[in-house]
Ligand binder design. Sequence first.
Ligand SMILES: Cc1cc2nc3c(=O)[nH]c(=O)nc-3n(C[C@H](O)[C@H](O)[C@H](O)COP(=O)(O)O)c2cc1C
Length: 261
Amino acid sequence: MDLFEAIKNRRTTNTAFADKKVSDEHKELLVKMASHSPSHFNSQPWRFILTEDQKIIKSIAKIAGDSMVTLMDDGRFWKQYRKYFRFSEEEMEKTKDGIHIDHLPVFLKPFAKSIFSEAGGKIISKFKVSRILGNDEEKLVATSPLIFTILLTKDEYKKEELSGFYSVISMGAVIQTLWLCTTAIGMGMQFISTPGEIPENWKAISDMLKVPEEYEMMAIFRMGYTDPDMKRPSIDWKSSQRKSVSELAFKDQFGKTFGSK
Ligand SMILES: Cc1cc2nc3c(=O)[nH]c(=O)nc-3n(C[C@H](O)[C@H](O)[C@H](O)COP(=O)(O)O)c2cc1C
């Protein structure tokens, strides 16, 4: 696939993956390509764990689903993320950012805006919205053929030092490399970030993966081959809009027009 096509086609995969193991060739290719990413002083501060063990994947799935329920039930999720939610194409066109919650069970549609508001607690509990989202999350992770985890060495990832900042930037480069490569070979990936917001859940996964003391578990993704016929989760979103070149960039100094549109 042409590089520009891969960049434009790359998307978060919100649906289940095809029921097919990721080939050894593709797993090795992903790690090899990731290894070509830039890092500060070529420190390569990352390590990767590729998990296919069904028992471990199911345990991670349970933690991911439970984390979603906890974050929603205690109101943290909405409080933190409400500003990113949009409910119509018009809203997306206006802001050109955030995620459009465009797919809901029929019985929830009339309440869309109120569920996704700070005052939506009653509706969330009446319709068990957190359970719906938690179950979806658990199912998506449990059925994924591959869980790809990124660690950073604590030698570099020191939160108070510049190397901490640089190693996180370096990890960002790895993530984009992985994302583009999966796109190029018919695979997809999705962040599993909810357990990261509950320290004890993150630690439980880190322990399960036997991450040594000298490494910090930084990011977890589910991966697999994409299948366009997969049904969308009960509550789902899309977010392909992007701001225009002239909104994003400036000529010479901030505020001075750059680009034609
Ligand atoms: C740091 C970070 C954390 C993210 N966490 C999640 C997540 O927990 N679940 C999810 O489905 N997507 C997650 N995403 C994906 C973004 O929602 C997605 O990249 C954005 O909406 C743009 O959509 P696209 O990837 O399809 O272009 C995350 C992305 C980043 C960079």
